[in-house]
Design a protein around this ligand. Structure first.
Ligand SMILES: Nc1nc2c(c(=O)[nH]1)N[C@H]1C(S)=C(S)[C@@H](COP(=O)(O)OP(=O)(O)OC[C@H]3O[C@@H](n4cnc5c(=O)[nH]c(N)nc54)[C@H](O)[C@@H]3O)O[C@H]1N2
Ligand SMILES: Nc1nc2c(c(=O)[nH]1)N[C@H]1C(S)=C(S)[C@@H](COP(=O)(O)OP(=O)(O)OC[C@H]3O[C@@H](n4cnc5c(=O)[nH]c(N)nc54)[C@H](O)[C@@H]3O)O[C@H]1N2
Ligand code: SF4
Ligand SMILES: [Mo]
Length: 649
């Protein structure tokens, strides 16, 4: 029996260290390592099921290619598949230029060698790419406005906090290890607060749950600011030393009358005062800002408003959003940004669906992503991929809705079959992720695939063929607080260095309550956007499912349920029964759902898990607008407006 040390590279803040037991080339067990204090010896259901998923019936084991557009794909050799991909790519470049070749990727595996180094090929070609705006982008832009960097709380300090807020963040489900640290604080008397329009798993466990109307977070934050100012809970010495613009901010906060805060949020003023009192009495605090509440029309404004509150209390960077941008790793060097000849075309990832449907891109290369289900306007994405004049190549570990539409499917190694280095979004711990088993079938890693494709295209740029570990060594020089790259190569654990938490790389070097570097049209102070009109439609909230990562793991745990939470009062008005069938509609898009009548949501607000297909295979995300946020260009999943109606038995 051998024990292999690896790291979970999934799009998950926890980035667990894993210990894999291998016997005669097969995985016997996967356990959480204790060498990382965040992982603390346990894994979530997905980590525990990884060996099963590696070998699930959906696993891709050989290249497949469509010989004619309307025919099924056939298994082919790697040589035949790569010849076809290189030939089609060369042809598209010659006939249409690099702007019509789209490189479409996201975070299916966040390893530096899996998802960052292989971008070199697309840089050398100068292909169009997306702005990676579906998830966190607007929130980063929001935090950078006021704090200069989105680096937040050192998550290891969570157990010593006296109050922890989960704001639009379902930590119990979406970052179970960070949530565990919060429970350690609670054991020592800390108060847990959840701010969520619905009673999420985290809200069910909280000592105090405030359920504002969706999208009213900035108003709520202004209300809290007013209540803190009124009770004299604001740390003026701290603000004088470290901030700028507090006077203007204070004036704005006091202009929010309690009645106005109540009207926008739907919360009684007394509840807001209660929270302000808790914040005053339980210091220090931690503010876990979700990605969920930021994925809406004014999501960046919500993040701006909420993130400034801990500064009022005299705390440096007491919010946590995602910390990856606070590390000193040179990501641009790894992706070979210097090999770019000019400025490539960058399109919005949020609204790429219509562009795909219009046939704008003639060659699309997808990896580490399942856009046919995860993107807003997923029906448009599917139409685009189905066009005769669009050639789609997908490199994935598993079959999914996107591979179903591809012309060429290339089998990828899972993280258990390759070496890598993963930078966590939350904690600073790092170790080399080591291959546990040999690649299954003909699966190939991203680095080898990129280099083989580069050779076939006749590309000679040396950066393409650099030893990838040498590239990582160069890009991590000076990035360690403890340990070194060489230490990682010997199997040791290292710790990334981070920006000092009392440093603010804003133009003034201070926390800027009034942002001095604001894009045009953006208020220097956080603003509350317009609330949804009362037009009989519902706001549809969608958020992360427990045993799945986005669309993954349905091959292990079964399909994500197409179920919608409806408040009993709305169900009564619409004549809906618990467990009954219904339809959700937006424009011409519709999906079938089962209704769950529950007080865990509020009137006018529906909730579903995401992203999924209905029982007929129609994508939930056909209901999501391809609209972008004014600040940061992020997604607006949680601003979707839908109609709900019962269907007969
Ligand atoms: N188990 C599991 N973990 C995951 C993932 C997964 O798929 N499964 N996905 C990963 C990824 S990609 C991400 S981005 C993160 C996301 O994880 P989180 O940051 O927790 O975000 P979400 O799950 O999108 O939504 C969290 C909460 O926001 C609430 N919310 C929605 N709109 C509003 C609003 O207007 N105001 C407020 N206050 N709350 C609102 C929702 O009701 C929901 O309970 O999780 C990661 N972790
Ligand atoms: N309705 C709704 N939809 C949403 C959201 C929402 O809030 N509401 N949130 C959005 C968010 S936050 C996110 S992050 C996106 C996520 O959207 P996607 O990134 O599309 O998420 P996944 O479904 O996890 O797809 C990742 C793919 O990567 C593949 N993969 C995993 N490991 C590897 C590997 O090592 N190599 C290769 N080549 N492939 C690999 C997986 O098999 C899977 O097919 O979804 C978005 N969709
Ligand atoms: S998905 Fe997240 S919580 Fe689960 S094992 Fe991986 S890093 Fe840990
Ligand atoms: Mo995400």
């Amino acid at each position: 029996m051998t024990r292999i040390q690896t790291v979970c590279p999934r799009d998950c803040p926890d980035t667990c260290f894993m210990e894999v037991e291998v016997q005669e080339g097969s995985i016997v067990s996967i356990q959480g390592s204790r060498e990382n204090p965040i992982t603390a010896g346990f894994l979530c259901a997905r980590g525990q099921a990884d060996a099963r998923r590696m070998q699930s019936p959906g696993r891709l084991l050989a290249p497949e290619m469509r010989v004619e557009k309307c025919l099924d794909r056939e298994r082919v050799s790697w040589d035949a598949a790569l010849d076809e991909v290189a030939g089609r790519l060369r042809d598209t470049l010659d006939r249409h230029g690099p702007d019509r070749v789209l490189f479409l990727d996201y975070a299916g595996n966040t390893g530096l060698l899996t998802s960052v180094f292989p971008r070199r090929l697309w840089n050398v070609i100068g292909a169009a790419r997306t702005d990676h705006s579906i998830c966190t982008r607007s929130g980063h832009a929001a935090l950078e406005l006021h704090f200069g960097s989105s680096l937040g709380l050192d998550v290891e300090s969570l157990p010593s906090k006296k109050l922890i807020l989960f704001w639009g963040h379902n930590g119990l489900v979406s970052s179970p290890h960070l949530y565990r640290l919060a429970t350690l604080a609670r054991r020592e008397g800390a108060v847990l607060v959840a701010i969520d329009p619905r009673r999420s798993e985290t809200a069910s466990q909280a000592d105090l749950h405030l359920a504002p109307r969706p999208g009213s977070d900035a108003a709520l934050a202004w209300g809290i600011a007013r209540a803190l100012i009124e009770r004299g809970a604001v740390d003026m010495d701290f603000l004088a030393r470290f901030s700028l613009g507090i006077e203007e901010y204070r004036e704005r906060a006091l202009s929010w009358e309690p009645s106005q805060v109540q009207a926008v949020t739907g919360l009684p003023w007394e509840q807001i005062q209660e929270l302000a009192a808790l914040l005053d009495q339980h210091r220090p605090s931690a503010w876990m800002l979700g990605i969920g509440f930021q994925k809406r029309r004014d999501g960046a404004e919500s993040v701006r408003a909420v993130s400034l509150l801990p500064s009022l209390l005299g705390e440096h960077r007491a919010f946590y959003y995602t910390n990856s941008r606070g590390r000193l790793v040179d990501f641009g060097a790894i992706s070979g940004d210097s090999t770019l000849a000019g400025t490539p075309r960058v399109v919005s990832q949020v609204s790429v669906g219509d562009l795909l449907a219009s046939g704008e891109f003639k060659f699309v290369y997808v990896f580490c992503m399942n856009p046919a289900v995860s993107l807003p306007g997923a029906d448009a994405v599917r139409r685009g991929f189905s066009r005769d004049d669009v050639f789609v190549v997908v490199h994935d570990t598993h079959r999914n809705e996107t591979t179903a539409l591809a012309d060429v499917v290339l089998p990828a190694t899972t993280f258990l079959e390759k070496d890598d280095l993963v930078v966590s979004d939350s904690h600073p711990w790092v170790r080399k992720a080591c291959r546990a088993v040999e690649p299954l079938g003909q699966a190939m890693g991203e680095v080898e695939l990129m280099q083989r494709l580069g050779r076939r295209l006749g590309l000679t740029t040396p950066e393409l063929y650099q030893d990838p570990w040498e590239a990582l060594r160069e890009a991590t020089q000076g990035a360690f607080e403890e340990g070194s790259f060489e230490g990682l190569m010997r199997g040791e654990v290292g710790r990334w260095a981070e920006l000092a938490r009392d440093q603010y790389p804003t133009p003034s070097g201070r926390i800027e309550f009034r942002a001095s570097r604001c894009p045009q049209g953006i208020d220097p102070l956080p603003s509350q956007g317009a609330m949804a009109a009362d037009d009989g439609a519902f706001t549809l909230l969608t958020s992360a499912p427990a045993s799945y990562t986005n669309s993954q793991f349905q091959d292990v745990f079964g399909p994500l349920p197409s179920e919608v939470w409806v408040h009993p009062a709305d169900a009564a008005t619409l004549g809906l029964k618990d467990g009954g069938r219904a339809v959700l509609e937006s424009g011409s898009a519709r999906i079938e759902v089962l209704t769950r009548v529950t007080e865990r949501t509020q009137r006018g607000v529906l909730w579903m898990t995401r992203p999924l297909n209905d029982p007929s295979g129609r994508p939930q995300n056909a209901l999501i607008p391809q609209e972008t946020q004014a600040l940061g260009g992020g997604s607006v999943y949680n601003s979707a407006r839908v109609r709900l109606r019962a269907v007969g038995e």
